[in-house]
Each structure stands twice: as structure tokens, then as C-alpha cells.
Design a protein around this ligand. Structure first.
Ligand SMILES: [Zn+2]
Length: 238
């Protein structure tokens, strides 16, 4: 049974009531709905707790995608007393960590908009994030990138999502900025992250509602990753 992904329509949900639908072969907990984001697209899976009706807490160490229909698997701490199918739980994410992921993730879209090169990889963390670019024979300026991103943050652009069909994506291949991750297909439609006049690309991650919430950032360093590849590292600058 597919888990309803509440974080797709509202990334600000910190908890939800849910019913346990099963325990998979590896001991992962499956729910009918969840606010927990599973590892994907360079963003780490959420951690948090599942609170039972009697108040017992199960620590969720991470959230991943499983096999087949298992789109959201809550991985409990070893030795946890597992709930039974049919049990009701409150699923609560570690909001402090997840909100940092949302700020970093949204910031990487701004980085993508500022650097006019193809993206070859990326990694999101609560304290540090990075994108890799194939810059060809171009060059990157740390201070200029920092300044351009902070300007977009300060302008407080609205961040939204919309859906297009696979066919629309096929006829607009330029929408795909990230060469290393092809957007999920087959479902008939693709979710686009839309920061009007700044960035538009397929993305299934969790974002902020406004770029202003990112807060000041800086490019901490630009690393050489081969002749054409550069890794741009971002940290919060508070
Ligand atoms: Zn995104």
C-alpha cells in the first residue's frame, strides 16, 4: 500500500496522525500517510518519532524508499518495540533538522539559478550543502556567487510547485538542469519547483514558501573535482 506523502503538498507539516499498515522484511515501519521525507534527490531522509496511543515513542533513525510500493519506510532504532498493523501513531519529524534541509534545499535552487552551468551532482545537509557543476572552460567566483544568492534571498521570492505532463517535459528538455538525476517518469506527470523568473525544474524535495526564509548564506569554498567539475559548498552565515 502506497503511503500518502503529506510533505509533497505541505512541507511545513511537522506531524500527522497515521495508521500502521505494515512492517516490512527489514523491520521498517509503513504508515498510511506520513510527513517524513524519504532520502532522495540529494536530500537526507527525515528523523523523528512515532508516538503510540499509550505514549510510547519509537525513534525513527531515517526514512528511505523501499522496494515496490514502499515509497516511505520509517527505519526504527534497533531494539524498538514495533507497532502492530492497525495501530494509530502520531508521526512527528525532527523539525529543527528538517527546516534546515528546507532552507538549504531552497538555497541550492538559487545557486542553480546563479551558476549558468549543468549540474552533475548535489548533496544537502543541515549545516552544509553543495552542488557540482560542469563548468567547461568557464570559471566561478566565490564572492560573486555569495552576493548573487543573498540578493535573491533578500528579494524574498515566492516558491511554488506545479505539475506538468511527461509529454510537456519531453518537449521542454531545457527544464532539466540536473544532469545526474533524471526526473521521475512513468506516473504521467512531473512535479516542477517554480521560483518565478528565478528557477524552474523538476524536483520532489521539500522547499520553503519564500526565499527570504533561507537567511544569509555564504559560499564556504569551491573545490576542484576534475578538469571541468567544481563543487560549490554553501553554509549558513548567521
Ligand atoms: Zn528542490
Amino acid at each position: 500500500m502506497i503511503t500518502e506523502e503529506l510533505f509533497r503538498s505541505d512541507s511545513y507539516l511537522q506531524e500527522c496522525e497515521a495508521t500502521v499498515t505494515g512492517i516490512n522484511e527489514k523491520g521498517g515501519i509503513l504508515l498510511d500517510r506520513s510527513v517524513f521525507y524519504p532520502t532522495g534527490g540529494g536530500q537526507p531522509g527525515d528523523v523523528g518519532v512515532l508516538v503510540g496511543a499509550d505514549g510510547t515513542e519509537i525513534t525513527v533513525l531515517t526514512t528511505v524508499k523501499g522496494d515496490g510500493n514502499e515509497n516511505v519506510v520509517h527505519v526504527p532504532a534497533e531494539g524498538s518495540a514495533l507497532p502492530a498493523p492497525g495501530d494509530t501513531v502520531t508521526a512527528r519529524v525532527d523539525w529543527n533538522r528538517r527546516y534546515k534541509h528546507m532552507r538549504m534545499h531552497t538555497c541550492l535552487h538559487l545557486l542553480c539559478a546563479v551558476v549558468p552551468h549543468g549540474v552533475t551532482g548535489g548533496k544537502i545537509g543541515a549545516e552544509k550543502s553543495s552542488l557540482d557543476f560542469d563548468i567547461g572552460d568557464g570559471s566561478l567566483d566565490k564572492e560573486a556567487i555569495t552576493e548573487s544568492i543573498n540578493k535573491l534571498i533578500k528579494q524574498d521570492h515566492q516558491v511554488g510547485a506545479r505539475w506538468i505532463t511527461d509529454e510537456e517535459l519531453d518537449t521542454n528538455p531545457d527544464l532539466v538542469r540536473t544532469m545526474s538525476v533524471s526526473p521521475p517518469r512513468g506516473a504521467g506527470k512531473v512535479r516542477l519547483l517554480d521560483i518565478p523568473e528565478v528557477d524552474l525544474q523538476p524536483c520532489g524535495g521539500t522547499h520553503l514558501a519564500q526565499t527570504g526564509e533561507v537567511g544569509r548564506i555564504r559560499v564556504s569554498k569551491i573545490e576542484n573535482k576534475g578538469k571541468r567539475n567544481r563543487r560549490v559548498n554553501i553554509v549558513f552565515d548567521e
